[in-house]
Design a protein. Structure first.
Length: 169
């Protein structure tokens, strides 16, 4: 038969176990919250100046580079740099809509074809006969129906003076 001392030890051990389990559960949820980044979002902007296709790669300020469409695809995960970028009357802290800029495609060197593949021969051409890709944020985002992206793209002649989308290194 267990003694009173044995029962007391078992009860204390059980309480300590529950307390420890409670603390470990608390620490795990706290650790998960602590894993969230508090770093500022990566910056991006649309240049204020315009550049032909052969000068697009050099358009961005130090600390930024010409953006691939995939780097800026989800603008809500980024921070628009209003100090460096082109702004409109109602831009607030966000990017302008309806104004496009050259963007890297992630494709092979190409000068003829569809939006998303043409890239002014990897941004080395300013020929009127070659094409590159520009994208802009849609203006009619309410009535455009379900879309997989807020971006609208098009092809432009490489001699066209366009703005450039830049993203922080």
């Amino acid at each position: 038969m267990p003694t009173l001392k044995d029962v007391f030890r078992t009860a204390v051990a059980a309480l300590l176990f529950l307390l420890l389990a409670s603390l470990l559960t608390y620490n795990r949820s706290d650790a998960a919250g602590a894993m969230k980044s508090t770093a500022p979002a990566r910056g991006y902007y649309l240049t204020t100046g315009t550049f032909d296709g052969s000068h697009a790669l050099a358009a961005c300020t130090v600390g930024y580079h010409m953006a691939s469409v995939w780097e800026i695809h989800e603008p809500s995960n980024l921070r628009y740099d209003n100090n460096l970028g082109f702004n409109l009357d109602d831009s607030g802290l966000g990017p302008p809509t309806g104004y496009g800029g050259w963007v890297r495609t992630g494709f092979v060197s190409n000068v003829s074809g569809n939006t998303g593949v043409v890239n002014c021969a990897v941004w080395s051409s300013n020929s009127a006969f070659d094409n590159g890709t520009q994208v802009n944020l849609q203006q009619d985002y309410i009535n455009s129906g379900p879309a997989s992206t807020p971006w609208f793209g098009g092809t432009f002649s490489c001699n066209f003076p366009g703005r450039v989308w830049c993203v922080q290194d």
